[in-house]
Design a protein around this ligand. Structure first.
Ligand code: C5P
Length: 465
């Protein structure tokens, strides 16, 4: 029988095949198998074999989920009651869940309740004869595919940063070599505290994934702000994204910038813009859902962190450039942030008083982050993608920008006020590259994100991981 490899196909066919595979979330080989299988299924003589193949594939596809093990560490906060529901939501996705409760957690939920939902005892003590004979803390740390900490209290987060090992939860977190996902939950002031900011930045640098927290009412009467633990469904989705090993971007690292930058004039005034960050955040979420290791460098936005994404928060363009350079190397970088072109030359440490004539504000140019990364001699990402928000001559301006910035693709969109794109939920994109211009139909920002991820996966398909 003659043998045929994908490499022998002509370029157009290969490209279409890659796009179709990326769109369906399969490898190119699997896509070819699927096409052949469905062609064969039309033939009576192949019907039996196709059915057998389908059954084998269905078995292969459900097996990983059924054997996925999640170790859930429940910290001591009022949100712990939601973690009991989280056990169910993780099980709904086929995970086998084990639970550790910290001492503080047991003030809110009982090991009995957690154990009953898990179908095995919940673990509580570092020096517990039964569990040391039975599984032991090192095995708890290793016999899992993912560790989820929910709620991750300020105290537990600080212990992780400090490498503490004085109780079972901390010891397991220190001993594990598996991915860790934390769902912080705390009072908004604790969340905003400098120590917590430092700790979160350190955990992001250590590769710990974070989901939430969300904004809303606090347990304390009359308190509201950012600090509510993400909902169990959001945490389960973030966990699923992390253990999704067969995604089209599995094994790839993707960097995304998002949101506006704020350029301070004095402690209360700044130059800003209307970017919501919705498109950049949707791209980061879609990349994570496709199995990529994602770093999102975000300016100030009013959006929850996308599930399963490492988020670095910045304010100014200069901070964004530093964070971006720190995140390299990556396979693909998408620059969706609306970076301020200029910043005030001087930032006053004190509020500028309203004496005499209005002050003159001198501006200096900010670094162009996209152009800086695209022109790197070493460590340039395989694929550098920029956005162009234009109000007129959208495509022509994007083509000029592609050359000037040295990037591989520009996603151009018309942001004149009538389109409602700025801050809205939909987007109309023209993908401009050396191959020409491709105009996409109007679609939601989530759909744009998924389409872009499929294109990135197809473009990276032949490059080394
Ligand atoms: O020049 P313009 O602002 O239209 O370019 C838009 C593209 O360049 C976007 O991808 C944006 O994220 C990026 N950019 C940047 N740094 C700047 C200005 C723009 O990365 N200082």
């Amino acid at each position: 029988m003659a043998s045929l490899t994908v490499r022998q196909l002509d370029d157009t066919l290969k490209r279409r095949l890659r796009l179709r595979a990326a769109h369906n979330g399969r490898s190119v080989e699997d896509e070819v198998r699927t096409i052949l299988r469905s062609a064969a299924a039309d033939e009576e003589s192949f019907a039996g074999a196709a059915a057998r193949d389908d059954a084998a594939r269905a078995k292969r596809e459900t097996l990983p989920a059924a054997t996925t093990r999640v170790l859930l560490i429940i910290g001591g906060g009022i949100a712990a009651y939601k973690s009991l529901d989280l056990i169910r939501r993780l099980q709904d996705r086929g995970a086998h869940v084990r639970c550790i409760l910290t001492g503080a957690a047991q003030n809110f939920v009982t090991p009995l309740a957690a154990g009953a939902l898990c179908g095995e005892r919940a673990y509580t003590d570092l020096f517990d004869q039964a569990s040391e004979f039975d599984v032991g803390h090192i095995r708890l740390a290793r016999d899992t595919d993912l560790v989820v900490v929910a709620p991750a209290t300020a105290d537990l987060i600080a212990k992780m940063v400090g490498g503490h090992a004085g109780d079972l939860a901390a010891a397991v977190l220190l001993a594990t070599d598996r991915p860790i996902l934390i769902a912080p939950a705390m009072n908004p002031r604790m969340w905003a505290a400098k120590a917590t900011r430092r700790n979160l930045a350190q955990l992001a640098a250590d590769g710990v994934h974070v989901v939430g927290p969300n904004a809303g009412e606090m347990a304390e009467r009359g308190e509201a702000g950012t600090g509510r633990m993400s909902e169990p469904l959001e945490i389960a989705a973030a966990a699923a994204a992390l253990i999704h090993s067969g995604g089209v971007l599995a094994g790839r690292r993707v960097l995304v910038t998002s949101g506006p930058t704020h350029e301070p004039l004095d402690p209360v005034r700044m130059l800003a813009n209307r970017s919501s960050g919705k498109q950049g955040h949707a791209i980061a979420a879609a990349a994570a859902a496709a199995g990529a290791d994602v770093v999102l460098v975000s300016g100030p936005v009013n959006l929850p962190d996308p599930p399963g994404v490492g988020v670095v928060r910045v304010e100014t363009a200069q901070e964004m450039l530093t964070a971006v350079e720190k995140a390299l190397p990556v396979d693909a970088a998408v620059f969706a942030a609306a970076v301020a072109d200029w910043r005030p030359q001087r930032t006053s440490q004190r509020k500028i008083k309203k004496h005499g004539p209005p002050p003159t504000i001198e501006l200096v140019e900010n670094p162009d982050i996209l152009s800086t990364v695209a022109h790197r001699k070493s460590g340039r990402p395989g694929l550098v993608i920029g956005f162009a928000a234009e109000t007129d001559h959208v495509v022509a301006n994007a083509e000029a920008k592609l050359k000037k910035k040295g990037c591989d693709w520009i996603l151009a969109n018309d942001v004149s006020p009538a389109t409602g794109i700025m801050g809205g939920d939909s987007n109309t994109i023209h993908l401009v590259s050396a191959d020409g211009v491709e105009s996409w139909p109007p679609q939601s920002k989530d759909e744009v994100a998924r389409a872009l991820i499929a294109r990135i996966a197809a473009a990276l398909a032949d490059t080394k991981k």
